[in-house]
Design a protein around this ligand. Sequence first.
Ligand SMILES: O=P(O)(O)OC[C@H]1O[C@](O)(COP(=O)(O)O)[C@@H](O)[C@@H]1O
Ligand SMILES: [Mg+2]
Ligand SMILES: [Mg+2]
Length: 337
Amino acid sequence: MTSVAAIVASDAIPKKLYQPMLAICEVAAQLSRTIARGELSGSLGHEVGSNTDGDNQKALDVIADEAFADGLRGTGVRWYASEEREEVVEIDADGGIGVAIDPLDGSSNIDVNVSIGTIFSFVEALEDPDNTFLRSGTHQIGGGYVIYGPQTALVVSFGDGVQHYILDPDTGAFVLINPSVEIPETSIEFAINASNYRHWSKPIRTYIDDCLAGEAGPRGKNFNMRWVASLVAETHRILMRGGIFLYPSDERQGYENGRLRLLYECAPIALLVEQAGGRATDGSARILDRAPDSLHVRVPFVFGTPAKVERVAVYHDLPTQENSAFRGSNGSPQIKS
Ligand SMILES: O=P(O)(O)OC[C@H]1O[C@](O)(COP(=O)(O)O)[C@@H](O)[C@@H]1O
Ligand SMILES: [Mg+2]
Ligand SMILES: [Mg+2]
């Protein structure tokens, strides 16, 4: 059985979240083994249906969802809101915690042996299941992710900094390696799915154009681009070495609010990013101030190093016709990023 001694030792975990955190660690450690075995564990990446949002469901999406719902039983959790379930389900009637979860993030990467993850968020349970979750992200009392990559790691915040643990595969323990993660301020990396360029709004195109222009452009320096197609992996890289992530809204049908889900993807990631000294917005406004009006609602998402995220907001504030003037030879905004 998985030991979670390092989590046990951590006094960063509030008492009422201790049992749910142990459960998440135990399920994650088991999933990590399943994922590491790949095809030896069966066909984890084959499609088994679609969830209520119309996304294809892979076998591992369903395995992970059921494992977390089962594992959280008897840990003080009342409500469970999952990407893979249309409605909130009750775990224990006498529980006091709500858990929102993306059980398996980045599922397009299952088949190709690239990092995937689990994203989770904790709130106080209210009597009404939906009202428990349809509140702004500022109501979170904890949140984080597990990344299943070359290492399996847990990155979590309970509102007082960000802690980074690595799963020791020899002992099954999540070992604390950094009690206070801070996003580095300098980075030349941006992450966006550039295949959608033609669908973006003018501010997003201009921001990326200016990055791509490199030394000769208004930013006066060269940038590097990354896109893993796994939010957890992009977040982990940005927390470790800085940079910016953008999944904006675009003109494709169904992408009017971007792709990522506010409740169980953007809100917990925004909590981590802010607690690590970064910023997280919908392009302009703070993500943590937004309340979902339904469980699976999507939102444009921009996060990372503060100066970079602030620069994106400045591009949004400019009248459309001024975007290009903004890019004149000396027209770059006076923001260090
Ligand atoms: O394939 P796209 O459009 O680049 O989208 C990639 C995004 O979709 C996601 O995979 C969505 O997560 P799920 O796998 O949980 O549906 C994010 O992790 C990632 O940032
Ligand atoms: Mg996801
Ligand atoms: Mg998912």
